[in-house]
Write a protein that binds this ligand. Structure first.
Ligand code: MG
Length: 257
């Protein structure tokens, strides 16, 4: 390299050094708004202080029948454990929600029978919607897939007929299992078109099964997913029509986001 070029290079790097701003660490720190304090549950899975408890003790008052007229939730509640009553049909929360974090625990009975979709089938509908054909919404599947196979986008932890779970985290029948779900509801424009789709992040027994999955619409048994505009909606639990023994739930809570 010629002497002249070296001289110009030195000048250039010197000017670059001068141009660099020196930062103070304090310039990238801020102190408000201060996150509010929430007291965690004493044990893992217990409701934190700002949660709405949907199932606590022998109290079904947060739930109603999933019928146009509502009415009492006809499921069986004993010692804080709620068991599906298939004859009574689905139940839904009286309260309506938009975005939330939800925790629930369920147990497939250890004497469960049946195969495929007909083995401990239930479901968590993040938003329960009324449609012409009956009950609609967005279902995170509950099913016994411990040594039981079915279509993968319909197995436990799937967003029904849309996304299989990332892994199969099912415990054997007879053991309590957990779902922890973060639901962001879809938003709609005034003309009914989708402004932003719904998303689900979910952990099954503490393991990630849905990682910010973007919903293509609702989760019908037949036909493709469709979005229909809606606002805040109840959360629903499914009483599936299969003949296998009914499953149980406990410790359900939700935090509005
Ligand atoms: Mg189901």
């Amino acid at each position: 390299m010629k002497k002249k070029s070296i001289f110009f290079l030195c000048i250039l790097s010197f000017t670059a050094c001068i141009g660099q701003k020196k930062y103070d660490p304090k310039e990238t720190e801020y102190y408000s708004p201060v996150p509010r304090i929430v007291t965690p549950g004493k044990e893992a899975g217990q409701a934190p202080s700002d949660a709405i408890e949907l199932l606590i003790g022998n109290d079904l008052s947060q739930w109603e029948a999933n019928k146009p007229e509502g009415g009492p939730a006809g499921w069986i509640l004993e010692d804080g454990i709620m068991t599906v009553n298939k004859k009574a049909g689905d139940i839904r929360t009286k309260r309506k929600f938009t975005d939330f974090q939800l925790h629930l625990e369920y147990k497939i009975p250890n004497h469960i029978s049946g195969t495929g979709q007909a083995r401990g089938n239930s479901g968590l509908f993040l938003a329960s919607l009324e449609v012409k054909e009956g009950a609609g919404g967005y279902e995170l599947q509950i099913l016994d897939n411990y040594n039981n196979s079915t279509y993968v986008n319909g197995q436990a932890g799937s967003i029904y007929k849309q996304y299989p779970p990332l892994i199969n985290a099912c415990k054997p029948p007879g053991e309590w299992q957990t779902y922890d779900v973060i639901w962001k509801a879809p938003r709609f424009r005034a003309d009914g078109s989708v402004e932003s789709p719904g998303t689900i992040t979910a952990l099954h027994n503490g393991i990630l099964i849905q990682n910010n999955s973007i919903l293509k619409g609702d989760t019908p048994y037949t036909g493709p997913p469709v979005y229909r505009p809606h606002g805040a909606a109840p959360i629903r639990l499914q009483a599936h029509g299969d003949p296998s023994e009914p499953i149980s739930f406990k410790n359900i809570w939700v935090r509005e986001l």
